[in-house]
Write a new protein. Structure first.
Length: 201
């Protein structure tokens, strides 16, 4: 009886409990409505079928590839070409720096001027060269991955999470217990895929 009196006697506490319940119900309703609308839109409008939600920034991005922490934004259809140009530029710049600094270090070693050089500047050159080598190593792999994805018209998110998207799933046999295999419905051949990347619809 005291607990009932506690909630009913103090009107502020009662209204606070009602407000929290309403907020929880509103939040659940909002998520449910968003899912229903999303399913309806992707069935009715095929152009929205490749719109994906970024798990980092919760934005819906057309042609979503991945969230890039280095650029602080999602990479999608609108900025994928710019991302590839910047990534290529970084690889070229860091490779050039690595070659030039390696040439400088070998010239200092072969001419015997390594002892007369300023040790701080030489240490900076050596450490930045090592950093550039590490950067180039992972960036070349990353660039090759994105070139592969462009050639086969698949996004990084779709490749990693293909089991979440029904258009990438194909059952070997109609039975429900058969194994699901990956199939890419967007692959139109390498030349068409590259053309679509360079000139999206």
């Amino acid at each position: 009886m005291q607990s009932v009196h506690f909630f009913c006697g103090d009107s502020t506490g009662f209204y606070l409990v009602i407000l929290v319940l309403l907020l929880v119900i509103l939040h659940i309703w909002k998520k449910l409505a968003a899912r229903i609308l999303w399913k309806l839109y992707t069935r009715k409008l095929p152009m929205l079928s490749r719109v994906r939600q970024c798990t980092w920034c919760k934005a819906n991005i057309r042609g979503y590839d991945h969230h890039c922490p280095a650029f602080g934004t999602c990479i999608g259809q609108k900025n994928h070409r710019l991302f590839m140009a910047l990534l290529t530029g970084f690889v070229v710049a860091e490779s050039t720096y690595t070659m030039c600094s390696t040439k400088y270090i070998t010239r200092c070693i072969s001419s015997g001027t390594i002892r007369s050089e300023n040790p701080v500047s030489l240490n900076i050159v050596i450490s930045t060269t090592l950093f550039s080598i590490l950067q180039v190593l992972w960036q070349i792999v990353f660039l090759m991955w994105h070139i592969y994805c462009i050639c086969f018209n698949i996004k990084t998110d779709e490749w990693i999470n293909w089991k979440k998207y029904p258009e990438f799933q194909m059952k070997e046999q109609p039975r429900s217990d058969s194994e699901v295999k990956f199939v890419n419905p967007y692959d139109k051949g390498m030349l068409c895929n590259i053309r679509e990347f360079l000139k999206p619809e």
